[in-house]
Every structure is written in structure tokens, then in C-alpha cells.
Design a protein around this ligand. Sequence first.
Ligand SMILES: O=C(O)CCC(=O)C(=O)O
Length: 314
Amino acid sequence: MKVELGTRSFEFPSEDLQELEASNNLLGDVEALRSQLERTGYLYLKNFHDRQEVLEARQKVLEYINATGQEKFDDIEEGLLNERCGLGCVPFMEGKPVITHSDAARKVLEGQRPFKFFQKLFGQDVATFDYKWLRAMHKRGFTGAHVDNVYMSRGTDKVLTMWTPFSDITPDIGTLAVCEGSNQLNSFDKFQKTYGQLDVEAAKLNGTGWFTEDPWEISKQFGGVWKTANYEAGDVLIFTLRTVHMSTVNLTSIARISCDTRWQPKDAKRDMRYFDCKEETDSPQFGVWAKDSTVTTTHFHGVTIEELKHQWGM
Ligand SMILES: O=C(O)CCC(=O)C(=O)O
């Protein structure tokens, strides 16, 4: 299958873009799960959620998108957006409790399964961020390479992200890819001590917070191997705050629906930008830029990632 990872085209699977290794065989051994997470930076778990519940949540999201005006779908069951649908066509759903906290979404995203799993993994009670990064990615949309630490470093460094696709998603529709080992390899030391420590809001970063849209700028400079998967509804990818990740480009007209939820030990310090969402509102209350709704990244007279890379000697 021909896929695009950011600005590069690859065959999947191939040496440049390999398949994620599932860790279901380790589920009975928490120490083995922890060391796999520590070594590779991720845990890929097949059939983690109930497939039917995931598909019901997807249905709810499709209906929500459709209800936000204009004819958006050629085929709503298939999630097929019409050809004219590009950036701005699908509503921004990150941190919008009206849809992220709908019963169908919550059943999956805050159900017993993730709570029990993370309790076992952390070995203590856990909390999940109220703010949820629910998105529908349109044709040609993708996410650039970054670590989550640049957006959420004000609480504990133990936060883990769980990426949940809301349907079967092949890499030509837009899947999450990780750079394996980027969280711990010595060759990433400089990257992690510079970009990895950045707080994009405090730095007034002018831009997305992504390090690059080119996966090779990471792997050729610092090492690691890019991996992704043919995900099925129910699967999840869990990764650390320091794991470099990005998404493949959506080459189709199918809306790629997925959600990132974040998990941490309950008593550990919290990044309060992402807790205490107001249930009754449909406007984003929290998130990196939510304190002043008039501020967009382009209004900052701040620094760009290119300027920072120059300062870091990259
Ligand atoms: O789903 C995506 O495209 C990217 C998710 C992600 O990288 C994130 O929220 O940190």
C-alpha cells in the first residue's frame, strides 16, 4: 500500500515504515508491559475496547459533524465526506464536552477497561484528563511529528496518551505512527533536552508545536524506526510524553475519526489546563490556547520552531 507519512511517501509495510508490534501477549505480566513501554515508547493493544461500543461512538460523532451545518457527507454510514470538504469543513471537536463527553464516547474513552488497565500499569489509582482530543481528519490532513511533552508538561511526567481509532483505519486513511525508541535512545538526548523540554505556550511558539512534517528529519538525524499499523476498531496505541509520533496523511475522502485521551496517577501533579471541563458547554474551555479565545498561534509575536532549531544547532 502506498502511504504518505507527513511529507514523505512510503510503501507500507517496508523498511522505512514498519508494522507496530502488538503487546497483547504481555497483558498478564505488568512488569513486561512496563519494560516494553520503556524500551519502545509504546504499547499497541489489539481489541482493547469493545468493538461495538467504539462503532457506536463513531456513529454519534458522524451525526454530530453532520448536524453542524451544510451537506458534508456523500455517505454518512461510510463516513465519506464530499469532495469539496477540506480544512474547516469538519468541526473542531477537541475539548468540546458536548461531543467528547457524550454517553457513547465516554463509554469507550472513560469506561472500565481503560481505568482498570491504567490502574494496573501505574500500580495505583488513576485520573484521566477531562480535555479530550477528538478529531475528524479530512482528505490530505495529517499531524506532524512531535512529543506530547511540549503541550502538557506542567503536571507529572508520567502522563501516558492513549490513541483510539473510531473505526478500522488503514494507513492511507491516516493512522498514528511512532518513532520507536525515540523516548529513550541515547541518540535522542539532544532532541529530548531541547525540543522535548519545550513548553509551547510559555515559549509563545508561533506555530503548531510540531518539530517537523518530515519523518526523516527525525529518524535520519536522531535514529529510531517509524512504525504504524492497520488498526481495527477496538485497538489502541499507548505512548509516553517523550515518544515522537505523527500521523500518516488521509489520502481518502473518509473522515478519519480518532481520539487521544491522557492518563496519569491520580495523586500526581496535574496540568490544570486540561482538567475541570464544564460539561454543559460546547465551546473549548481548556487546552493550550483556550485561556484567551481571541489568541491564535499566528497572533503571537513569538519564536518559530525553525528559529529554535537554529538556536539548538539543528
Ligand atoms: O490523531 C492525530 O492525528 C494525532 C494525535 C496526536 O498526535 C496527539 O494528539 O498528540
